[in-house]
Design a protein around this ligand. Sequence first.
Ligand code: GRG
Length: 268
Amino acid sequence: MEILKKYDVVLQEHLEKAVAQKEPHQLYDPIKYILSLGGKRIRPALTLMVCDFFGSDFRKAISAALAVELFHNFSLVHDDIMDNAPLRRGKRTVHEKWDVNTAILSGDAMLILAYRFFENYEPQMFQELAKLFSETALQVCEGQQHDMDFEIRDDVTLLEYIKMIDHKTAVLLGAAMKMGAIVAETSESDKDKIYQFGRNLGIAFQLQDDYLDVFGNPETFGKQVGGDIISNKKTFLYLMAVGQGSTAQAEELEHLFSINPKDPTDKI
Ligand code: GRG
């Protein structure tokens, strides 16, 4: 987290600029609001860090990082509408502060603004980044749909849950990191490895998020603690509580994420 903090100032400055002086204010005020609430900014920081890591100037990756953060914020605004959530980042959600229609439209604008950031790259890089972005966005929608479907099911398996969070959350962390590698023009093999790393990190991230939803400190969690229980979400804790998680499923998971437990270098 200390390393990632290094990128915070740059990100803040660029995010503010991205929506400054845009009209109509009814559309952009909610965007400015959600961005002003900060959040951890982990995804864009990872984009910049990976670019840095591969020896390239991290400033080249700023547009990609902004696209990732705008997309993430858009998904939070729409997710909060779907969950009827009152709080985000410790403050009122956009649909609570304004209304649902405004939150939908401002979210849509953020999605488009995100995409437009890729236009700052040369055609070949634009194509690679935009393709990854649209593939990822579609997977996020698919993950979100599974998450909703699971609310009314009682037989969700651990494997189904992991696949769901892989799409809903982890692919975006994978894409955020891969974008840093794309901008740094690394090899295809490095791009693939960093993408896998990001996805595994994303799975761990969502497991932690699920845990905090139940046991987090309401003062610092930023969301309503217990929200997942209220909406009957199928989380890791829920599945453990009802005794889901067999050895066969664990083996399938290893296969899915290409982890070889016997190879000590493969312990992402
Ligand atoms: C992709 C077109 C399209 C639609 C979106 C609403 C939706 C469909 C998806 C929701 C996906 C979602 C909200 C996943 C949860 C991911 C998650 C763990 C969010 C919290 O991330 P943090 O902790 O938040 O990084 P901060 O506030 O720190 O930025």
